[in-house]
Design a protein around this ligand. Structure first.
Ligand code: BGC
Length: 488
């Protein structure tokens, strides 16, 4: 709450919070023990209500992370399910007898490590878990499970939240029951997995139905949004908008995270996504999240600026991961401080706010994870008044985007490479009514000469000194440089 004014200053429209519901935190909140309470680590339900109110008062929306595929093993439903083979919640989860010779029912592997089955000694059956053993998968074929989860959504919608980011959305319709063997376990659709082949952990035939039901619940309330976590190639991904648009409003598009960072791959990925979008669906782009190495580490500081310009000038809703607007790199986390089983600590370190407070202003007590090196120098306070900073670049681009219908609502047209244009360039035009904006991005570290018929004014540059300058007929982009141009 103390930093909402900062977010408004930056130009943020909506905040997605990582899971805040009650949890033993074995997967940092992605293991929910009570969907109707806030974990005391973060505060109380009353605090959540106030946060929503304070965000709304500043014109910002609040989205919560909703984890429907699995609960924590500490959830009362699972405690009851384990208590006996006949318990009321037994069939809310997925149980199988051991294989004929003993051992797990099949070779399915969890997305984290080890088998996806764990033996419950008391009842002699195995439970299924896509992630940790402490995260048993719910059986979404069971109507009681669906009703309970839809009521969870209503509980939060009624408190005023504006939407959900739905965790591993594709997994709530398993493809095959009981599943065939999956000795590798990291099929497409797994976090960061190869998005092209057959899915083994979900995306089953019931998906269309699930999407419609989730959407129906969201539509019981005015202006609510469903964002879906779905790692898939464009043609499969866009099915998550649902038949006739009765699905997620924004199935996350991770192309900028998963594609190699060069002009051909990125240009092709943008075109493929735009081409795959169904009529009336609204695009979206993601540059980073809590499961992936940070953009500044993936691409380096120079290209991270180009990537920010790309994210904020493409057609569709951009999602920015906290700290990427400061250019934070992955932290070096010493072995003694590792907390995450899946190696994601380096991109999850505390947000540095200030130059002279303990823990760079993140907290007055020791945080779970160390701060990045030089956290104070990278902090909001250090960057805020520096026009050349990464933070100022984001603020400039967000303000431009907001003021420009071409950028926030216009069409997207790729500017053909070839025709004398250099490799390494991503270029496109956005237009709306009579407004036209051109975006030229150099995805290399070397200068590029770009032909540009006519006269243009720089509306924004990755380097602020370029702003307001004019270019005619051609322009030289420095290495790691991007420009947003207006005719005239
Ligand atoms: C979340 C991860 C989490 C996993 C299991 C993911 O897709 O983003 O952080 O570990 O789901 O809930």
């Amino acid at each position: 709450m103390a930093h909402l004014d900062h977010l408004a200053w930056l130009g943020v429209d909506a905040i997605w919070l990582s899971p805040i519901m009650r949890s033993p935190m074995r997967d940092y909140g992605y293991d929910v023990a009570d969907y109707r309470d806030v974990d005391p680590l973060f505060g109380s339900l009353a605090d959540a209500d106030r946060l929503i109110e304070e965000a709304h008062a500043r014109g910002m929306r609040v989205l919560l992370d909703f984890v429907p595929n699995h609960t924590s093993s500490d959830h009362q439903w699972f405690i009851d399910a384990r208590s006996s083979g006949q318990s009321a919640h037994r069939d809310w989860y997925v149980w199988r007898d051991p294989a004929p010779g003993g051992g797990p029912p099949n070779a399915m592997q969890s997305q984290f490590r080890g088998p996806a089955w764990t033996l419950d000694e008391r009842t002699g059956q195995y439970w299924y878990h896509s992630f940790l053993p402490d995260q048993p998968d719910l059986d979404w074929r069971n109507p009681a499970v669906r009703d309970a989860m839809f009521d969870v959504m209503r509980f939060w919608f009624a408190r005023g939240i504006d939407g959900f980011r739905v965790d591993v959305l594709w997994m709530i319709a398993k493809d095959d029951w009981p599943w065939r063997d999956d000795p590798i376990g990291h099929g497409p659709g797994s976090l960061g997995g190869d998005p092209t082949g057959a899915l083994q952990h979900g995306d089953g035939p019931e998906m269309e139905h699930r999407l419609r039901e989730l959407r129906d619940v969201a539509d019981e309330f005015p202006e609510r949004v469903l964002v879906g976590e779905v790692y898939m190639e464009p043609r499969r991904l866009v099915r998550y908008y649902g038949t006739d648009g009765r699905g997620a409003h924004l199935p996350f598009n991770f192309a900028l995270v998963t594609e190699p960072w060069n002009s051909r791959a990125i240009g092709a990925a943008i075109a493929a996504y735009e081409a795959a979008l169904p009529a009336n669906s609204w695009p979206n782009w993601v540059l980073g999240n809590h499961d992936q190495p940070r953009v500044a580490t993936r691409l380096g500081a120079g290209q991270a600026r180009v990537a920010a310009m790309l994210l904020l000038t493409l057609r569709g809703t951009p999602t920015l991961y906290y700290g990427d607007e400061l250019g934070l790199p992955d932290a070096v986390v010493p072995a003694t401080r590792v907390v995450d089983v899946a190696g994601r600590d380096p991109e999850r370190t505390p947000m540095p706010w200030s130059v002279d407070r303990p823990n760079a202003g993140f907290s007055t007590v020791d945080p779970w994870l160390p701060l990045v090196d030089d956290a104070e120098d990278r902090s909001v306070e250090a960057q805020r008044d520096d026009p050349g900073s990464m933070l100022s670049l984001h603020r400039r681009l967000l303000a431009l985007r907001r003021s420009s219908p071409a950028l926030h609502a216009g069409t997207w047209t790729p500017l053909a490479p070839g025709a004398g244009q250099p490799d390494g360039l991503v270029a496109f035009e956005r237009s709306h009514g009579t407004e036209r904006v051109r975006v030229l991005l150099n995805l290399t570290h070397d200068a590029l000469d770009v032909a540009l018929p006519g006269s243009w004014t720089v509306a924004a540059g990755t380097e602020p000194a370029r702003g307001g300058g004019t270019v005619t007929e051609r322009v030289r982009l420095a290495g790691d440089e991007g420009l947003v141009l207006r005719p005239g």
